[in-house]
Design a protein. Structure first.
Length: 247
């Protein structure tokens, strides 16, 4: 799927009205001045991200004929963010769906911009901050499932406070169920693999997480079993990939 086949649609009047209602579009910050910072095609779906000069992030998902990507990323992110109103994450202002023409629709998700700097993990102090942040999400029954290092930001250089900026893969649960705990284990495994932590840092994080999470012994066992499973699964994938490369 390339832009030679489809081009991004013009802004729909309903999208414009939605942004006007939220006071995103003003004379000082017109829609045409929004900067497109990302463009990605996935299975006949165009994902675009725009930044406005007055502190908003516009995530637009345009679906073309033959679409195969049915994940409602905007819904996942919105539902997660509204669960975390007092935590260091963006604020979701909702989304709107429009039809451009038969077979072509868009969903525009609006959220605020969370300012901060890229994270370079400190050897010790950040592991407790990281454990405190993720455990706070989990206490609100939100699992991000995307703890890449680039999704964490440094909100304050003096205090070291951390924030999290992308919950497009997040899942929200009605309670601390076994299914949620399995997903927590999956998240921790992904943090180990994609979070930019050394093995020593990850082990230190785990010790802090255990203290912060307030899980029962049974719940801890479920999380640990899930963590081991996902780490072993990733190791098998890596071994298989290396075997193919050698072959």
């Amino acid at each position: 799927m390339t832009r030679t086949k489809y081009s991004p649609p013009e802004w729909h009047p309903d999208e414009v009205a939605f942004l006007q209602h939220q006071n995103v579009i003003t004379e000082q910050s017109p829609l045409g001045a929004a900067e497109r910072v990302k463009e990605r095609w996935i299975h006949n779906t165009l994902r675009e991200v725009f930044l406005t000069s007055n502190g908003y992030v516009l995530k637009r998902y345009t679906h073309y004929p033959g679409r195969k990507d049915y994940r409602k990323v905007w819904s996942r992110e919105h539902n997660a963010l509204v669960r975390l109103p007092d935590l260091p994450v963006p604020k979701s202002l909702g989304f709107v769906k429009v039809a451009h023409q038969p077979g072509t629709t868009s969903v525009l998700h609006l959220r605020t911009m969370l300012e901060g700097a890229p994270v370079q993990w400190s050897p010790n102090g950040d592991m407790q901050r990281l454990a405190r942040l993720l455990s706070a999400f989990h206490k609100h029954r939100v699992v991000t499932l995307d703890p890449q290092q680039e999704n964490f930001i440094r909100l304050d250089q003096s205090t070291g406070e951390l924030g999290f900026i992308d919950l497009g893969r997040a899942r929200v649960f009605g309670g601390t169920t076994p299914l949620m705990l399995v997903n927590v284990g999956k998240e921790l495994a992904r943090l180990s693999i994609e979070g930019g932590l050394s093995p020593e840092q990850f082990q230190l994080f785990l010790s802090h997480y255990q203290n912060e999470a307030d899980l029962t012994p049974f719940q801890q066992r479920v999380v640990k079993a899930s963590l081991r499973y996902w780490l072993k699964r990733q190791a098998r994938k890596l071994k298989k990939k290396q075997s193919k490369q050698r072959g």
